[in-house]
Design a protein. Structure first.
Length: 188
């Protein structure tokens, strides 16, 4: 067993050591000489492509939505949103830039008031913790929307629940388009 094989076996899972990957030295050289390394990674992450972090950890590309049933809800998501429609939406979503992606998701998520209050220890309905019902919709071929569950929605676009929570919080605050809150000093 050579020295490089021994060193490569002790690296953490998903981390590329300098000896195990010949392209890693080129990546390190690119990172040190080019200021666009972060931009390249950001664009790859937004597009759902594979990229390598600054600590040389390799992140795999986003996978297409699964053909298997993701839920057993009474909305009949699997019957209405078949695998072909989900793949089409996945590719459409990942071709957009960051702002278009988030605005697209804001359009597909609905926030409606609660229809029927449940019994609780509160006297005033505004004291209830549940004030809204969140609906998730996917566009259909006829120009309308299909209501689906959260699991199918996440599986279709391959997004994290954290990103979805952020968009829902913005929507609850009354925003209709996603505006980035972090700005550089030059853009003020």
């Amino acid at each position: 067993m050579s020295q490089s094989q021994v060193e490569g076996s002790h690296s953490p899972k998903g981390v590329i050591s300098a000896d195990s990957a010949p392209e890693s030295s080129a990546i390190i050289a690119q990172r040190s000489t080019s200021k666009s390394f972060r931009k390249v990674n950001r664009d790859a992450r937004i597009a759902g492509e594979a990229y390598i972090t600054c600590s040389l950890k390799q992140i795999p590309a986003k996978q297409q939505p699964s053909n298997m049933t993701t839920c057993k809800c009474n909305l009949r998501c699997t019957e209405l949103a078949n695998a072909q429609v989900k793949r089409k939406l996945f590719t459409l979503y990942h071709k957009m830039n960051k702002h278009e992606q988030r605005n697209y998701l804001m359009v597909l998520i609905g926030i409606i008031p609660v229809n029927r209050r449940r019994h609780g220890t509160y006297e005033n309905p505004s004291e209830s913790r549940r004030q809204f019902t969140i609906t998730y919709n996917l566009p259909d071929n006829a120009g309308g929307f299909l209501r689906v569950c959260k699991g199918t929605f996440l599986d279709t676009f391959q997004i994290s629940p954290t990103k979805l929570t952020t968009i829902i919080a913005r929507k609850k605050n009354g925003e209709h388009t996603f505006r980035e809150q972090l700005t550089s000093r030059n853009n003020k």
